[in-house]
Design a protein around this ligand. Structure first.
Ligand code: SF4
Ligand code: SF4
Length: 489
């Protein structure tokens, strides 16, 4: 590359990072976020029990982070201003560049110890660094391999293991989650939570359980989703629909709206009854074998449904299903099937853009703020399609959110395992969302809906939130905009 071209490229990236949270990407840690001593306290994690482990070597031979991918990093620092943990603490080892350095020294023989694991655990896996890296570093592959090594080799504290076991025995299983729905709804309707909060009792819960309580969405009536929803008018495609785990149990109305929108635009929608978890939570947490088992089941369920494409309305699930080919690359019986399956996966907005609208969009005079879920924008590179889908609704004004590239702190189970930084990121996002003056926040991921909603409430603000499918459904049905704004989620 000539000097001029290199300068142009550098300037383009400086411009791209200008509106974001941190200052100059090459700023010293103290110039961004908090002071170094505070950063050190934040990053090591006050109150996190250390196990004193020194795992040597840090990585075993089963898919360690690849040296060739590490070598792609030229240490330029352009990723730093978009990295939420670097924005919070200004600590190099909590930046993409720092974490890649830790992977490299791990490969060179440094042990995996508490501090190294802490820096990896603090990563949200938001992939903002993948978007902002001019050298095309595949940080997604690097952190996925690293997390698998951590899960296999690092002995977490008993408390940490117990909390993670609770999450992974519950969240990927919709039947188990459903058993909780009734008691949780009763808890919400009884206003017991409000009383406990006023009495200061909820504040005494361990931080992780307190986060669970705060993040619980308001549970309404269950909207049933038929296994097959016929296309309205001429059938243009037969698509499979992932109903998800948290989405299915806590946001059934989003799935129902998704099926209606797809049907209105000419899709026969099949939601196979036998489908389970897609494996996203497991994959993003390094639980490789568990994620692979979920992936095989999902592939088999949708293959049996004989669909043209598989549509997903949860960004984290969609990005995982598009990676099944990589996840099952070592399995000769599944590698090819998995790659073919991944090629047929579409986010809802991608599929709608491919099809073009068939149903009339009726006016919805509303100002909405659009939040890019990280696993849609950064991991899948889908940014224009949801904006186009919203722009096609007459009367709808879409407002952009400042620091849109920075994660809201949801990040799978991150807001449960790391409630403190997740809360700070949630507060930051809530402030930026409220500053738009929008009447409704719209996004495409159940985790973001819960995280931002809870952060807005914590600030004493009020802004209803909706999934993009619900907005499109309301427009197609000719619903009153008040039905979106007043339902109280
Ligand atoms: S994935 Fe997100 S949190 Fe992790 S290093 Fe990249 S930008 Fe930072
Ligand atoms: S990950 Fe990319 S942007 Fe970040 S320091 Fe390395 S080369 Fe630069």
């Amino acid at each position: 590359m000539s000097d001029d071209a290199a300068k142009d490229r550098q300037l383009a990236h400086e411009r791209a990072s200008a509106p974001l949270g941190a200052a100059d990407p090459r700023a010293a840690p103290g110039e961004v976020g908090v002071e170094p001593e505070q950063a050190d306290r934040a990053t090591v994690g006050a109150g996190r029990p250390e196990v004193g482990a020194r795992v040597v070597p840090a990585f075993d031979p089963h898919h360690p982070p690849e040296q060739a991918l590490i070598d792609d990093c030229v240490h330029c620092g352009f990723c730093l201003p978009t990295c939420p943990t670097y924005v919070l603490w200004g600590e190099e080892m909590d930046s993409p560049r720092g974490r890649i350095y830790l992977m490299e020294i791990g490969l060179q023989g440094e042990p995996m110890d508490d501090q190294m694991v802490r820096h990896f655990d603090q990563c949200l896996g938001c992939m903002a660094c993948v978007t902002s890296c001019p050298s095309g570093v595949q940080y997604d592959k690097l952190i996925e391999a690293t997390r698998q090594q951590v899960e296999r080799r690092y002995p977490r504290s008993r408390r940490d293991r117990a909390f993670r076991a609770l999450i992974f025995r519950l969240f990927p299983y919709p039947r188990r989650l459903r058993l909780l729905r009734g008691p949780l709804r009763l808890y919400q309707r009884s206003r017991l939570g409000t009383l406990l909060r006023r009495a200061g009792l909820l504040g005494r819960l361990p931080a992780r359980f307190g986060a669970m309580e705060r993040l619980l969405p308001k549970l309404g009536r269950v909207e049933r989703l038929p296994e097959v929803t016929p296309a309205a008018g001429e059938r243009r495609r037969r698509v499979g629909m992932l109903t998800g785990c948290v989405q299915r149990v806590f946001f059934p109305e989003v799935n129902a709206a998704t099926a209606r929108v797809l049907a209105a635009d000419g899709c026969e929608v099949v939601a196979p009854a036998g489908q389970g978890c897609c494996g996203a939570l497991s994959m993003h947490s390094g639980r490789e074998a568990e994620a692979q088992a979920f992936a095989r089941d999902a592939i088999a369920a949708f293959e049996a449904a004989e669909v043209d494409q598989v549509v997903v309305n949860a960004a984290g699930c969609g990005s995982t299903m598009k990676e099944y080919g990589h996840l099952l690359r070592d399995d000769p019986a599944w590698a090819e099937r998995a790659a073919a399956f991944s090629a047929r996966v579409r986010d809802l907005s991608e599929l709608l853009a491919e099809l073009g609208p068939a149903a009339e969009r009726r006016p919805l005079p509303l100002k909405v703020a659009w939040h890019d879920a990280c696993h849609l924008a950064h991991a899948q590179g889908v940014r224009d399609q949801p904006r186009q889908a919203l722009a096609a609704v007459p009367g709808l004004e879409v407002r952009e959110i400042a620091e849109g590239e920075i994660c809201c702190g949801s990040a799978g189970i991150y807001n449960l395992t790391e409630p403190q930084p997740a809360g700070e990121l949630g507060d930051r996002k809530a402030a930026n969302v409220l500053a738009t003056g929008a009447e409704l926040l719209v996004t495409s991921n159940p985790g973001c809906l819960m995280q931002i909603s809870s952060a807005i409430e914590r600030r004493g603000g009020h802004l209803p939130v909706a999934h993009v499918a619900e907005v499109l459904d309301a427009s197609i049905q000719g619903a009153d905009p008040g039905s979106l704004v007043q339902r109280g989620r």
